[in-house]
Design a protein around this ligand. Structure first.
Ligand code: N01
Length: 480
């Protein structure tokens, strides 16, 4: 196949795409990566304690399960090493352009091909563009008055300042999602004082983590069927026990009880416990899996501040009522610009149509991958394909398989563009399914855009998505 493919981003998605192209014998592809290193979110998030809350054997490519994982839940350095090894093994690092941030992708209608722009000029033409930029790649800084006046050190959790020694300092953390829950237990013991600014409490459940013993590790290493069986077991558990909690199924009360018990056991002080008890149903926001977060909050040098922040001053943070807590360092654990998807890349499709304009009411794509008016553009981990319960790699692999199935079609018949009718039907089905999920409940989360529309999550089990994306339906597309 002599197709030329541009891949944007060298995280789990972009690398998976490159590897499958390579396996299919396609060598005419380029991976454009804005950073100086591959790895995506696992390159960016180096904060102390950074780890995944999906078990190791499931948080890996199905075709590359041979990694000798050291523990049940993988930590950031090991995941990054895994990605390096995969890129090296399949030789895709040779097609990687580092420090090449894509600023625009424009479809040339006359040629039926795409051109991609980076700081060093235009590249292409490409038959196909595959975006692998993910949903969690641009840190979100809060819009708090006075932020620019702070004279101490401040940084975002995904841009951890490793040169800044926190020992003995007075530190404020803003935010208490999965990132904060992981680094707070590492930071609390070394700082003089830690103020955790919590706007909304998270539901937290135990994380059955631990290092694999040498025996089990050797067994996994030498017995591939055991590895696969473990992967299947974990997947089955997550899909049949965790997923139903997100759609008001049988396990919701069970999960709520588990989280409430966890809080009761780990936080003896009833006043603190009350402040840490969420008032929204479990799963509405991303559930935090952690055993060390609550104990860290009970330390004498840690305060959970729930008064709303009114402003940042030169020396600290002021809350409603006028209390000023002076600090040396502010760490923003305030999440990511998740609903912007490909922004700020200027994507221009047929007839000069801009993706930002097409998505002005919220990002959407057929199967999360294809957008009417943008022929031969495919999105990995695009709108409504995030999971609230399972490994995102399952979704990415399904998408890559689907795109691989599209290549012969577009190779034979010309640029393929999803029909608006297919998009409409997809939207209707999605809306119906989303209406039954817990994400619609009254909570703010990164799954929703400013208008409250759930633009990020897939409402079904991962298996259902994999089923419907098994192969493309040519009738959903126009060609040429
Ligand atoms: O970000 P978040 P994250 N003033 O968006 C608060 C994945 N991940 O980086 O809830 C005060 O979840 C905000 O408060 P509220 C995982 O999918 C996975 O922690 O909006 N507070 C919230 O507490 C995860 O969900 C792993 O009221 C403000 C926090 O900041 C996703 O990445 C580990 C504020 C943001 O939480 C993102 O997690 C890490 C303001 N102005 C990340 N603005 C694992 O696998 C925001 N907040 C374990």
């Amino acid at each position: 196949m002599a197709l030329n493919v541009a891949i944007i981003g060298a995280g789990f998605g972009g690398l998976c795409m490159a590897i499958q192209l390579r396996k299919a014998g396609v060598t005419s592809y380029t991976i454009f990566e804005k950073a100086e290193r591959l790895g995506g979110t696992w390159r960016d998030n180096t904060y102390p304690g950074a780890a995944c809350d999906v078990p190791s054997h499931l948080y890996s490519y199905s075709f590359e399960q041979g990694h000798d994982w050291s523990r049940r839940y993988p930590r950031q350095p090991e995941i990054l090493a895994y990605l390096d090894r995969c890129a090296g093994k399949y030789g895709v690092h040779r097609r990687l352009r580092l420090g090449a941030e894509v600023t625009a992708a424009v479809f040339d209608e006359a040629a039926g091909r795409w051109r991609v722009t980076t700081a060093d000029g235009e590249h292409g033409p490409f038959d196909v563009v595959v975006s692998g930029v993910g949903q969690l790649n641009r840190p979100r800084l809060p819009d708090i008055p006075g932020l620019g006046e702070f004279e101490g050190t401040s940084f975002h959790s995904a841009r951890w300042d490793h040169g800044h020694d926190l020992a003995g300092r007075r530190v404020a953390v803003i935010g208490n999602g999965s990132s904060a829950a992981q680094f707070i237990p590492r930071v609390a013991p070394v700082v003089a004082r830690l103020d955790v600014y919590q706007r909304t409490p998270s539901w937290v459940i135990p994380k059955p983590d631990g290092a694999y013993g040498p025996g089990l590790r050797a067994a996994f290493r030498h017995l591939p069927p055991l590895r696969s069986a473990n992967r299947r077991r974990v997947n089955r558990f997550i899909e049949s026990v965790v997923y139903p909690a997100l759609v008001d199924g049988w396990s919701r009360p069970l999960m709520t009880r588990r989280a409430t018990e966890h809080l009761r056991k780990q936080v003896p002080d009833p006043a603190l416990r009350a402040r840490l008890t969420p008032a929204y149903p479990i799963g509405c926001k991303r559930i935090v899996l952690d055993d060390d977060y609550y104990p860290a909050l009970t330390r004498p040098n840690v305060e959970v501040v729930t008064d709303p922040i009114t402003r940042v001053t030169r020396h600290g943070i002021e809350t409603a009522g006028g209390t000023l807590r002076e600090v040396d360092t502010i760490i923003f654990a305030t999440g990511f610009l998740t609903t912007d998807f490909l922004a700020p890349i200027e994507v221009v499709g047929r007839g000069g149509r801009r993706l930002g304009e097409a998505w002005k009411d919220g990002a959407e794509a057929y199967l999360g991958m294809a957008v009417p008016g943008f022929p031969n553009l495919f999105l990995l981990y695009g709108p409504n394909t995030n999971l609230g319960h399972n490994s995102i790699i399952l979704m990415i692999e399904a998408q890559v398989r689907y795109i691989m199935g599209c290549l012969p079609l577009l190779g034979a018949h010309g640029p393929m563009e999803v029909r608006p009718a297919a998009m409409d039907a997809w939207r209707r089905a999605l809306e119906g399914a989303l209406a039954r999920t817990v994400w619609q409940a009254d909570c703010a989360s990164w799954y929703k855009n400013a208008a409250g529309r759930v633009t990020n999550n897939w409402p079904g089990p991962a298996a259902a998505y994999r089923r419907i994306t098994r192969s493309p339906r040519p009738g959903s597309f126009t060609f040429g």
